[in-house]
Write a protein that binds this ligand. Structure first.
Ligand code: UTP
Length: 466
Protein backbone atom coordinates (compact mmCIF):
# COMPACT_ATOMS: atom_id res chain seq x y z
CA UNK A 1 0.00 0.00 0.00
CA UNK A 2 1.33 3.49 -0.85
CA UNK A 3 0.98 6.61 1.26
CA UNK A 4 -1.59 7.98 -1.22
CA UNK A 5 -3.67 4.84 -1.07
CA UNK A 6 -3.55 4.83 2.73
CA UNK A 7 -4.56 8.49 2.88
CA UNK A 8 -7.46 7.87 0.56
CA UNK A 9 -8.88 4.88 2.42
CA UNK A 10 -8.42 6.58 5.81
CA UNK A 11 -10.12 9.79 4.65
CA UNK A 12 -12.99 7.81 3.16
CA UNK A 13 -13.45 6.17 6.56
CA UNK A 14 -13.12 9.26 8.74
CA UNK A 15 -9.74 8.11 10.12
CA UNK A 16 -7.31 10.59 8.47
CA UNK A 17 -5.66 11.32 11.87
CA UNK A 18 -3.87 7.94 11.68
CA UNK A 19 -1.29 9.61 9.40
CA UNK A 20 -0.88 12.75 11.53
CA UNK A 21 2.73 11.92 12.54
CA UNK A 22 3.80 10.66 9.08
CA UNK A 23 6.46 13.35 8.66
CA UNK A 24 8.19 12.24 11.86
CA UNK A 25 8.44 8.57 10.95
CA UNK A 26 11.56 7.01 9.47
CA UNK A 27 11.35 4.65 6.48
CA UNK A 28 10.86 1.52 8.59
CA UNK A 29 8.20 3.25 10.72
CA UNK A 30 6.33 4.38 7.62
CA UNK A 31 6.44 0.92 6.12
CA UNK A 32 5.15 -0.66 9.34
CA UNK A 33 2.28 1.83 9.60
CA UNK A 34 1.28 1.29 5.98
CA UNK A 35 1.31 -2.47 6.58
CA UNK A 36 -1.00 -2.01 9.58
CA UNK A 37 -3.38 0.16 7.56
CA UNK A 38 -3.38 -2.34 4.68
CA UNK A 39 -4.26 -5.16 7.09
CA UNK A 40 -7.20 -3.25 8.63
CA UNK A 41 -10.64 -4.49 7.63
CA UNK A 42 -12.35 -1.12 7.12
CA UNK A 43 -15.74 -2.75 6.60
CA UNK A 44 -15.43 -4.36 10.02
CA UNK A 45 -14.22 -1.06 11.53
CA UNK A 46 -17.27 0.72 10.07
CA UNK A 47 -19.50 -1.93 11.67
CA UNK A 48 -17.76 -1.50 15.03
CA UNK A 49 -18.27 2.28 14.78
CA UNK A 50 -21.95 1.75 14.12
CA UNK A 51 -22.31 -0.71 17.01
CA UNK A 52 -20.55 1.77 19.30
CA UNK A 53 -22.58 4.73 18.21
CA UNK A 54 -25.85 2.77 18.61
CA UNK A 55 -24.77 1.68 22.05
CA UNK A 56 -23.67 5.15 23.19
CA UNK A 57 -26.82 6.79 21.88
CA UNK A 58 -29.04 4.16 23.52
CA UNK A 59 -30.29 2.92 20.13
CA UNK A 60 -28.80 -0.55 20.48
CA UNK A 61 -31.30 -3.24 19.68
CA UNK A 62 -32.16 -4.12 23.27
CA UNK A 63 -35.10 -6.40 22.55
CA UNK A 64 -37.06 -7.35 25.63
CA UNK A 65 -35.50 -10.61 26.76
CA UNK A 66 -37.71 -13.63 27.36
CA UNK A 67 -37.77 -14.99 30.89
CA UNK A 68 -35.03 -17.47 31.75
CA UNK A 69 -34.87 -20.68 33.73
CA UNK A 70 -31.84 -22.60 34.99
CA UNK A 71 -30.82 -25.04 32.22
CA UNK A 72 -31.10 -28.77 32.93
CA UNK A 73 -27.77 -30.21 34.04
CA UNK A 74 -26.77 -33.89 34.01
CA UNK A 75 -25.20 -35.10 37.23
CA UNK A 76 -23.65 -38.52 36.64
CA UNK A 77 -24.47 -41.22 39.12
CA UNK A 78 -23.72 -44.91 39.52
CA UNK A 79 -22.89 -46.77 36.34
CA UNK A 80 -23.85 -43.84 34.09
CA UNK A 81 -20.32 -42.44 33.94
CA UNK A 82 -18.93 -45.74 32.71
CA UNK A 83 -21.64 -46.13 30.08
CA UNK A 84 -21.03 -42.66 28.69
CA UNK A 85 -17.25 -43.05 28.89
CA UNK A 86 -17.51 -46.16 26.73
CA UNK A 87 -19.18 -44.07 23.99
CA UNK A 88 -16.50 -41.38 24.24
CA UNK A 89 -13.68 -43.90 24.27
CA UNK A 90 -14.96 -45.48 21.06
CA UNK A 91 -14.85 -42.06 19.42
CA UNK A 92 -11.31 -41.48 20.71
CA UNK A 93 -10.14 -44.89 19.48
CA UNK A 94 -11.59 -44.16 16.06
CA UNK A 95 -9.47 -40.98 15.92
CA UNK A 96 -12.54 -38.75 15.59
CA UNK A 97 -11.72 -36.38 18.45
CA UNK A 98 -9.60 -33.23 18.32
CA UNK A 99 -8.71 -30.62 20.96
CA UNK A 100 -9.22 -26.89 20.55
CA UNK A 101 -7.33 -24.51 22.82
CA UNK A 102 -7.86 -20.75 22.87
CA UNK A 103 -4.61 -19.08 23.90
CA UNK A 104 -4.81 -15.72 22.17
CA UNK A 105 -5.79 -13.68 25.22
CA UNK A 106 -3.69 -10.87 26.64
CA UNK A 107 -3.57 -12.18 30.20
CA UNK A 108 -3.61 -8.61 31.45
CA UNK A 109 -4.83 -9.51 34.95
CA UNK A 110 -1.91 -11.92 35.47
CA UNK A 111 0.57 -9.39 34.11
CA UNK A 112 3.00 -12.05 32.83
CA UNK A 113 5.45 -11.06 30.10
CA UNK A 114 4.77 -13.67 27.42
CA UNK A 115 2.03 -16.06 26.34
CA UNK A 116 0.04 -17.20 29.37
CA UNK A 117 0.61 -20.84 28.40
CA UNK A 118 4.32 -20.37 29.23
CA UNK A 119 3.48 -19.44 32.83
CA UNK A 120 5.13 -21.89 35.27
CA UNK A 121 2.75 -23.76 37.58
CA UNK A 122 4.49 -27.11 38.22
CA UNK A 123 5.27 -27.15 41.98
CA UNK A 124 8.58 -29.02 41.55
CA UNK A 125 9.72 -28.36 38.00
CA UNK A 126 8.04 -25.05 37.19
CA UNK A 127 6.40 -26.84 34.26
CA UNK A 128 4.29 -24.35 32.28
CA UNK A 129 0.56 -24.46 31.60
CA UNK A 130 1.19 -25.67 28.03
CA UNK A 131 3.10 -28.67 29.44
CA UNK A 132 0.11 -29.92 31.41
CA UNK A 133 -2.18 -29.69 28.39
CA UNK A 134 0.32 -31.29 26.00
CA UNK A 135 1.12 -34.19 28.29
CA UNK A 136 -2.58 -35.00 28.69
CA UNK A 137 -2.93 -35.13 24.93
CA UNK A 138 0.11 -37.37 24.72
CA UNK A 139 -1.44 -39.73 27.28
CA UNK A 140 -4.73 -39.76 25.35
CA UNK A 141 -3.04 -40.67 22.08
CA UNK A 142 -1.17 -43.52 23.80
CA UNK A 143 -4.22 -44.81 25.66
CA UNK A 144 -6.50 -44.83 22.63
CA UNK A 145 -3.95 -45.59 19.92
CA UNK A 146 -4.99 -42.57 17.85
CA UNK A 147 -3.78 -38.98 17.86
CA UNK A 148 -5.94 -36.21 19.28
CA UNK A 149 -4.95 -33.37 16.91
CA UNK A 150 -4.48 -30.12 18.78
CA UNK A 151 -5.63 -26.78 17.34
CA UNK A 152 -4.15 -23.85 19.24
CA UNK A 153 -5.41 -20.32 18.71
CA UNK A 154 -2.86 -17.58 19.25
CA UNK A 155 -3.03 -13.85 18.56
CA UNK A 156 -0.66 -11.81 16.43
CA UNK A 157 0.90 -10.57 19.65
CA UNK A 158 1.83 -13.99 21.05
CA UNK A 159 1.92 -16.28 18.01
CA UNK A 160 5.67 -16.23 17.36
CA UNK A 161 6.53 -16.63 21.06
CA UNK A 162 4.06 -19.50 21.43
CA UNK A 163 5.43 -21.40 18.44
CA UNK A 164 9.03 -20.80 19.59
CA UNK A 165 8.13 -22.13 23.06
CA UNK A 166 6.78 -25.36 21.58
CA UNK A 167 9.94 -25.71 19.47
CA UNK A 168 12.23 -25.13 22.47
CA UNK A 169 10.34 -27.80 24.40
CA UNK A 170 10.21 -30.32 21.52
CA UNK A 171 6.44 -30.04 21.54
CA UNK A 172 6.48 -31.67 25.00
CA UNK A 173 6.73 -35.09 23.34
CA UNK A 174 3.83 -34.63 20.93
CA UNK A 175 4.10 -35.28 17.22
CA UNK A 176 4.37 -31.81 15.70
CA UNK A 177 2.25 -32.96 12.74
CA UNK A 178 -0.67 -33.14 15.17
CA UNK A 179 -0.31 -29.57 16.46
CA UNK A 180 -1.92 -26.84 14.36
CA UNK A 181 -1.42 -23.18 15.34
CA UNK A 182 -3.80 -20.59 13.97
CA UNK A 183 -4.05 -16.88 14.64
CA UNK A 184 -7.13 -14.89 15.59
CA UNK A 185 -8.02 -11.49 14.22
CA UNK A 186 -7.25 -8.10 15.79
CA UNK A 187 -9.50 -5.11 16.10
CA UNK A 188 -8.66 -1.48 16.82
CA UNK A 189 -10.07 0.26 19.88
CA UNK A 190 -12.21 3.35 19.21
CA UNK A 191 -12.72 6.63 20.99
CA UNK A 192 -16.23 7.82 21.85
CA UNK A 193 -16.18 9.57 18.45
CA UNK A 194 -15.35 6.31 16.67
CA UNK A 195 -11.72 7.22 15.99
CA UNK A 196 -8.98 4.60 15.78
CA UNK A 197 -6.36 5.05 18.52
CA UNK A 198 -2.62 5.40 17.92
CA UNK A 199 -0.54 4.11 20.84
CA UNK A 200 2.66 5.36 19.21
CA UNK A 201 3.06 7.97 16.48
CA UNK A 202 3.45 5.24 13.87
CA UNK A 203 1.39 2.47 15.44
CA UNK A 204 -2.31 1.67 15.68
CA UNK A 205 -3.45 0.08 18.94
CA UNK A 206 -4.95 -3.34 18.20
CA UNK A 207 -6.38 -6.01 20.49
CA UNK A 208 -7.49 -9.60 19.85
CA UNK A 209 -11.10 -9.94 18.70
CA UNK A 210 -12.12 -12.24 21.59
CA UNK A 211 -12.31 -16.03 21.84
CA UNK A 212 -15.34 -15.80 19.55
CA UNK A 213 -12.86 -14.69 16.87
CA UNK A 214 -11.96 -18.37 16.80
CA UNK A 215 -14.75 -19.22 14.35
CA UNK A 216 -13.53 -16.95 11.57
CA UNK A 217 -9.91 -17.82 12.36
CA UNK A 218 -10.59 -21.58 12.12
CA UNK A 219 -12.07 -21.04 8.70
CA UNK A 220 -9.46 -18.56 7.43
CA UNK A 221 -6.49 -20.63 8.59
CA UNK A 222 -7.56 -23.91 7.02
CA UNK A 223 -7.98 -25.54 10.45
CA UNK A 224 -11.57 -26.53 9.69
CA UNK A 225 -10.46 -28.08 6.45
CA UNK A 226 -7.70 -29.94 8.29
CA UNK A 227 -10.25 -31.30 10.78
CA UNK A 228 -12.42 -32.56 7.94
CA UNK A 229 -9.46 -34.12 6.15
CA UNK A 230 -8.56 -36.00 9.32
CA UNK A 231 -12.13 -37.21 9.74
CA UNK A 232 -12.68 -35.42 13.05
CA UNK A 233 -16.29 -35.11 14.18
CA UNK A 234 -15.91 -33.89 17.75
CA UNK A 235 -13.79 -31.09 19.25
CA UNK A 236 -12.98 -30.65 22.93
CA UNK A 237 -12.65 -26.91 23.64
CA UNK A 238 -10.73 -25.46 26.60
CA UNK A 239 -8.85 -22.40 27.86
CA UNK A 240 -5.15 -22.04 28.45
CA UNK A 241 -5.32 -21.01 32.11
CA UNK A 242 -6.65 -24.20 33.75
CA UNK A 243 -4.05 -26.98 34.17
CA UNK A 244 -6.62 -29.20 35.92
CA UNK A 245 -8.90 -29.50 32.86
CA UNK A 246 -9.82 -33.10 32.00
CA UNK A 247 -9.08 -32.88 28.28
CA UNK A 248 -11.35 -35.01 26.08
CA UNK A 249 -13.08 -36.51 29.13
CA UNK A 250 -14.68 -39.61 27.53
CA UNK A 251 -17.86 -39.38 29.65
CA UNK A 252 -18.39 -35.76 28.59
CA UNK A 253 -17.85 -36.68 24.93
CA UNK A 254 -20.15 -39.67 25.47
CA UNK A 255 -22.95 -37.45 26.81
CA UNK A 256 -22.49 -35.06 23.89
CA UNK A 257 -22.74 -37.90 21.36
CA UNK A 258 -25.57 -39.77 23.05
CA UNK A 259 -27.72 -36.63 23.20
CA UNK A 260 -26.74 -35.70 19.62
CA UNK A 261 -25.75 -32.28 20.88
CA UNK A 262 -24.31 -29.54 18.68
CA UNK A 263 -22.36 -28.21 21.62
CA UNK A 264 -22.04 -29.26 25.25
CA UNK A 265 -20.86 -27.42 28.34
CA UNK A 266 -19.24 -28.61 31.54
CA UNK A 267 -20.60 -26.68 34.48
CA UNK A 268 -19.79 -26.55 38.18
CA UNK A 269 -21.48 -25.31 41.31
CA UNK A 270 -20.49 -21.68 41.90
CA UNK A 271 -18.07 -21.06 44.78
CA UNK A 272 -20.51 -18.48 46.17
CA UNK A 273 -23.43 -16.48 44.76
CA UNK A 274 -21.12 -13.62 43.71
CA UNK A 275 -18.57 -15.71 41.79
CA UNK A 276 -18.13 -14.20 38.33
CA UNK A 277 -18.88 -17.28 36.25
CA UNK A 278 -21.33 -17.13 33.36
CA UNK A 279 -24.57 -18.87 34.32
CA UNK A 280 -26.14 -21.56 32.20
CA UNK A 281 -29.81 -20.86 31.53
CA UNK A 282 -32.61 -21.76 29.17
CA UNK A 283 -34.43 -19.06 27.26
CA UNK A 284 -36.79 -19.43 24.31
CA UNK A 285 -36.13 -23.17 24.33
CA UNK A 286 -32.38 -22.64 23.81
CA UNK A 287 -29.45 -22.90 26.20
CA UNK A 288 -27.53 -19.71 26.88
CA UNK A 289 -24.64 -18.61 29.02
CA UNK A 290 -25.55 -15.33 30.65
CA UNK A 291 -22.78 -13.19 32.07
CA UNK A 292 -23.01 -12.78 35.83
CA UNK A 293 -23.11 -9.00 35.38
CA UNK A 294 -26.56 -9.41 33.82
CA UNK A 295 -27.90 -10.97 37.01
CA UNK A 296 -29.43 -8.87 39.76
CA UNK A 297 -28.25 -9.53 43.31
CA UNK A 298 -31.68 -10.97 44.01
CA UNK A 299 -31.29 -13.50 41.18
CA UNK A 300 -27.76 -14.36 42.25
CA UNK A 301 -28.92 -15.14 45.78
CA UNK A 302 -32.24 -16.81 44.96
CA UNK A 303 -32.52 -20.22 46.66
CA UNK A 304 -34.69 -23.29 46.13
CA UNK A 305 -36.64 -24.83 49.04
CA UNK A 306 -33.76 -27.28 49.61
CA UNK A 307 -31.37 -24.36 50.16
CA UNK A 308 -29.48 -24.75 46.86
CA UNK A 309 -28.93 -21.67 44.71
CA UNK A 310 -31.52 -21.53 41.94
CA UNK A 311 -28.81 -20.50 39.47
CA UNK A 312 -26.28 -22.86 40.93
CA UNK A 313 -24.19 -23.81 37.92
CA UNK A 314 -21.56 -21.70 36.25
CA UNK A 315 -19.76 -22.30 32.97
CA UNK A 316 -15.96 -22.37 32.97
CA UNK A 317 -15.58 -22.50 29.18
CA UNK A 318 -15.09 -26.25 28.82
CA UNK A 319 -17.09 -27.43 25.83
CA UNK A 320 -17.47 -30.12 23.25
CA UNK A 321 -18.42 -28.95 19.76
CA UNK A 322 -19.50 -31.08 16.86
CA UNK A 323 -17.38 -30.14 13.85
CA UNK A 324 -20.53 -29.70 11.74
CA UNK A 325 -21.84 -27.13 14.22
CA UNK A 326 -18.53 -25.24 14.20
CA UNK A 327 -18.68 -25.08 10.41
CA UNK A 328 -22.26 -23.85 10.59
CA UNK A 329 -21.31 -21.18 13.14
CA UNK A 330 -18.50 -19.72 11.04
CA UNK A 331 -21.27 -18.33 8.83
CA UNK A 332 -23.66 -17.37 11.62
CA UNK A 333 -21.87 -14.29 13.02
CA UNK A 334 -21.65 -13.78 16.76
CA UNK A 335 -22.69 -10.55 18.51
CA UNK A 336 -20.00 -7.99 19.32
CA UNK A 337 -19.47 -7.00 22.97
CA UNK A 338 -18.17 -3.56 23.89
CA UNK A 339 -15.97 -2.84 26.92
CA UNK A 340 -14.85 0.58 28.16
CA UNK A 341 -11.11 0.18 28.86
CA UNK A 342 -7.84 1.99 29.49
CA UNK A 343 -5.90 2.10 26.24
CA UNK A 344 -2.50 3.81 25.83
CA UNK A 345 -2.66 6.69 23.38
CA UNK A 346 -0.47 9.43 21.91
CA UNK A 347 -1.13 13.06 22.71
CA UNK A 348 -0.91 15.90 20.20
CA UNK A 349 2.91 15.93 20.59
CA UNK A 350 3.19 12.23 19.80
CA UNK A 351 3.98 11.25 23.39
CA UNK A 352 2.49 7.94 24.59
CA UNK A 353 0.31 8.33 27.68
CA UNK A 354 -1.30 5.73 29.91
CA UNK A 355 -4.75 6.92 30.96
CA UNK A 356 -5.82 6.68 34.59
CA UNK A 357 -9.40 5.86 33.67
CA UNK A 358 -11.12 4.17 30.71
CA UNK A 359 -10.70 6.24 27.55
CA UNK A 360 -11.61 3.85 24.75
CA UNK A 361 -13.90 1.09 23.65
CA UNK A 362 -12.62 -2.40 22.90
CA UNK A 363 -14.62 -4.96 20.97
CA UNK A 364 -14.75 -8.72 21.39
CA UNK A 365 -16.79 -11.73 20.34
CA UNK A 366 -17.45 -14.48 22.87
CA UNK A 367 -17.55 -18.12 21.78
CA UNK A 368 -20.24 -18.98 24.30
CA UNK A 369 -22.72 -16.85 22.36
CA UNK A 370 -22.76 -19.69 19.84
CA UNK A 371 -24.59 -21.89 22.34
CA UNK A 372 -27.85 -20.09 21.63
CA UNK A 373 -27.66 -21.33 18.01
CA UNK A 374 -27.44 -24.96 19.07
CA UNK A 375 -30.55 -27.09 18.62
CA UNK A 376 -29.27 -29.37 21.39
CA UNK A 377 -26.84 -28.25 24.08
CA UNK A 378 -26.06 -30.73 26.86
CA UNK A 379 -24.67 -29.67 30.21
CA UNK A 380 -22.65 -31.92 32.49
CA UNK A 381 -21.84 -31.14 36.13
CA UNK A 382 -18.25 -31.65 37.25
CA UNK A 383 -16.34 -31.51 40.51
CA UNK A 384 -14.20 -28.38 40.51
CA UNK A 385 -11.75 -29.77 43.05
CA UNK A 386 -10.77 -32.29 40.35
CA UNK A 387 -10.94 -30.23 37.18
CA UNK A 388 -10.88 -26.48 37.66
CA UNK A 389 -8.40 -24.01 39.09
CA UNK A 390 -7.54 -21.29 36.60
CA UNK A 391 -4.64 -18.84 36.67
CA UNK A 392 -6.40 -15.53 36.04
CA UNK A 393 -5.12 -13.01 38.61
CA UNK A 394 -1.65 -12.21 39.91
CA UNK A 395 -2.86 -12.63 43.50
CA UNK A 396 -5.90 -13.74 45.48
CA UNK A 397 -8.57 -15.99 44.02
CA UNK A 398 -7.74 -17.85 40.79
CA UNK A 399 -4.07 -16.96 41.00
CA UNK A 400 -0.85 -19.02 40.60
CA UNK A 401 -0.86 -19.62 44.38
CA UNK A 402 -4.40 -21.03 44.48
CA UNK A 403 -3.78 -23.06 41.32
CA UNK A 404 -0.60 -24.66 42.70
CA UNK A 405 -2.37 -25.39 45.99
CA UNK A 406 -5.31 -27.02 44.20
CA UNK A 407 -2.94 -29.14 42.09
CA UNK A 408 -1.08 -30.22 45.24
CA UNK A 409 -4.31 -31.11 47.04
CA UNK A 410 -5.58 -33.12 44.09
CA UNK A 411 -2.34 -35.10 43.70
CA UNK A 412 -2.20 -35.73 47.46
CA UNK A 413 -5.74 -37.15 47.29
CA UNK A 414 -4.73 -39.45 44.43
CA UNK A 415 -1.62 -40.65 46.28
CA UNK A 416 -3.54 -41.32 49.48
CA UNK A 417 -6.23 -43.12 47.46
CA UNK A 418 -3.62 -45.49 45.99
CA UNK A 419 -2.02 -46.22 49.35
CA UNK A 420 0.88 -43.73 49.47
CA UNK A 421 0.41 -42.06 52.84
CA UNK A 422 0.92 -38.31 52.42
CA UNK A 423 0.25 -36.17 55.49
CA UNK A 424 -2.13 -33.28 54.78
CA UNK A 425 -3.44 -30.35 56.81
CA UNK A 426 -7.14 -29.80 57.54
CA UNK A 427 -7.61 -28.18 54.10
CA UNK A 428 -6.06 -31.21 52.36
CA UNK A 429 -2.80 -29.42 51.59
CA UNK A 430 0.13 -31.88 51.63
CA UNK A 431 3.20 -31.53 53.85
CA UNK A 432 5.48 -32.46 50.89
CA UNK A 433 5.75 -31.09 47.36
CA UNK A 434 4.16 -33.26 44.66
CA UNK A 435 4.11 -33.10 40.88
CA UNK A 436 2.64 -35.73 38.58
CA UNK A 437 3.23 -35.61 34.84
CA UNK A 438 -0.20 -36.16 33.20
CA UNK A 439 1.53 -38.55 30.78
CA UNK A 440 2.46 -40.65 33.86
CA UNK A 441 -1.06 -40.66 35.31
CA UNK A 442 -4.13 -38.57 34.61
CA UNK A 443 -6.28 -39.92 37.45
CA UNK A 444 -6.08 -42.02 40.62
CA UNK A 445 -6.97 -45.24 38.77
CA UNK A 446 -4.09 -44.81 36.29
CA UNK A 447 -1.78 -43.85 39.13
CA UNK A 448 -2.67 -47.07 40.96
CA UNK A 449 -1.74 -49.09 37.86
CA UNK A 450 1.51 -47.18 37.35
CA UNK A 451 2.60 -47.55 40.96
CA UNK A 452 1.53 -51.19 41.36
CA UNK A 453 4.27 -53.14 43.13
CA UNK A 454 6.36 -50.02 43.86
CA UNK A 455 6.82 -48.45 47.23
CA UNK A 456 6.76 -44.66 47.28
CA UNK A 457 7.89 -42.65 50.29
CA UNK A 458 5.09 -40.24 51.16
CA UNK A 459 7.29 -38.19 53.52
CA UNK A 460 9.66 -36.77 50.87
CA UNK A 461 8.87 -34.69 47.76
CA UNK A 462 7.33 -36.81 44.98
CA UNK A 463 7.96 -36.17 41.29
CA UNK A 464 6.44 -38.73 38.93
CA UNK A 465 7.33 -38.40 35.25
CA UNK A 466 6.59 -40.59 32.23
P1 UTP B 1 -9.83 -14.45 29.58
O1 UTP B 1 -11.21 -13.96 29.47
O2 UTP B 1 -9.41 -14.99 30.89
O3 UTP B 1 -8.85 -13.31 29.08
O4 UTP B 1 -9.60 -15.55 28.45
P2 UTP B 1 -7.27 -13.22 29.05
O5 UTP B 1 -6.96 -12.35 27.88
O6 UTP B 1 -6.60 -14.56 29.07
O7 UTP B 1 -6.90 -12.49 30.39
P3 UTP B 1 -7.24 -10.99 30.87
O8 UTP B 1 -8.74 -10.89 30.89
O9 UTP B 1 -6.58 -10.05 29.92
O10 UTP B 1 -6.63 -10.96 32.24
C1 UTP B 1 -10.11 -16.83 28.57
C2 UTP B 1 -9.45 -17.69 27.51
O11 UTP B 1 -9.75 -17.19 26.22
C3 UTP B 1 -8.56 -16.92 25.50
C4 UTP B 1 -7.49 -16.73 26.56
O12 UTP B 1 -6.20 -16.97 26.04
C5 UTP B 1 -7.92 -17.74 27.60
O13 UTP B 1 -7.50 -19.05 27.26
N1 UTP B 1 -8.77 -15.72 24.67
C6 UTP B 1 -9.30 -14.60 25.21
C7 UTP B 1 -8.38 -15.77 23.35
O14 UTP B 1 -7.88 -16.80 22.86
N2 UTP B 1 -8.56 -14.66 22.60
C8 UTP B 1 -9.11 -13.52 23.08
O15 UTP B 1 -9.22 -12.54 22.33
C9 UTP B 1 -9.48 -13.50 24.43
Amino acid sequence: MTYEEAKQVLEANGQAHVLQFWDRLDAAGREALLAQIAALDFKAVAELRQILSDSLSGHADEAEKAPMEPAPVTVLEGSERGELAAIGEKELRAGHVGALLVAGGQGSRLGFDGPKGCYPVGPLTDAPLFYFHARKLLALSKTYGAPVPWYIMTSRTNDAATRAFFEENQYFGLDRADVFFFTQGMWPALTTEGKIILDEPGHIFLGPDGHGGMLAALDRSGALEDMQKRGLTTLFYFQVDNPMVDIADPAFIGLHLRTRADVSAKVCAKRDPQEGLGVIVERNGRTEIVEYTEFTDEQKNERLPDGELRYKYGSVAIHVFSVDFLIHETHAGLPVHIAHKKVPYVDADGKTLKPASPNAYKFEKFIFDSLADAKVCSCLAFDRTQEFSPVKNAEGNDSPATCRADLARKWARWLNAVGVAVACDAAGYPSIRIEIDPAFAHDAATLARRLAGQSVDGTADILLKA
